[in-house]
Design a protein around this ligand. Structure first.
Ligand SMILES: [Zn+2]
Length: 139
């Protein structure tokens, strides 16, 4: 598993925070996510709320990465408005990340500190689509 150092974590937090400050509107765009990828680029996005189930920021950031490169997503962070700060991915995002990039690490705020944790810790018994290798493991 790639080493995710504090500098990468700090950069991701800053990228997501700046995107949220720029694009957040307190209504339909309330979360920004940033992904650090194997090409050294940070891909970011904001959520696009819609009552039919618009994509979360994590998925928008992943879609930008997939659209723009062949890089492997290494670590992701999501920052929410209204002083919520770093948030954990919702259940749908955990499943989508499991399907697209099961080896990604997720930055969480744990006891006041930002830490990168394997996605498998957040979804240890995730659903596995037919034809896909099992990615979950017992922790
Ligand atoms: Zn989500």
């Amino acid at each position: 598993m790639p080493l995710i150092n504090q500098s990468i974590i700090d950069n991701l937090f800053q990228f997501a925070s700046r995107m949220l400050a720029r694009s957040g509107d307190g209504d339909k765009h309330t979360v920004a996510a940033s992904i650090y990828a194997s090409d050294g680029v940070i891909y970011s996005g904001v959520n696009v709320f819609h009552f039919t189930g618009g994509p979360c920021a994590e998925i928008v950031a992943l879609a930008r990465l997939i659209s723009d490169s062949d890089a492997k997503p290494l670590v992701i962070i999501a920052v929410a408005d209204s002083d919520r700060g770093v948030i954990s991915p919702c259940g749908r995002c955990r499943q989508m990340l499991t399907d697209y990039c099961p080896e990604i690490q997720v930055i969480l705020k744990i006891e006041g500190e930002l830490e990168a944790r394997p996605l498998t810790e957040l979804l240890p018994f995730g659903y596995v689509r037919s034809g896909r290798p099992a990615v979950s493991r017992r922790i």
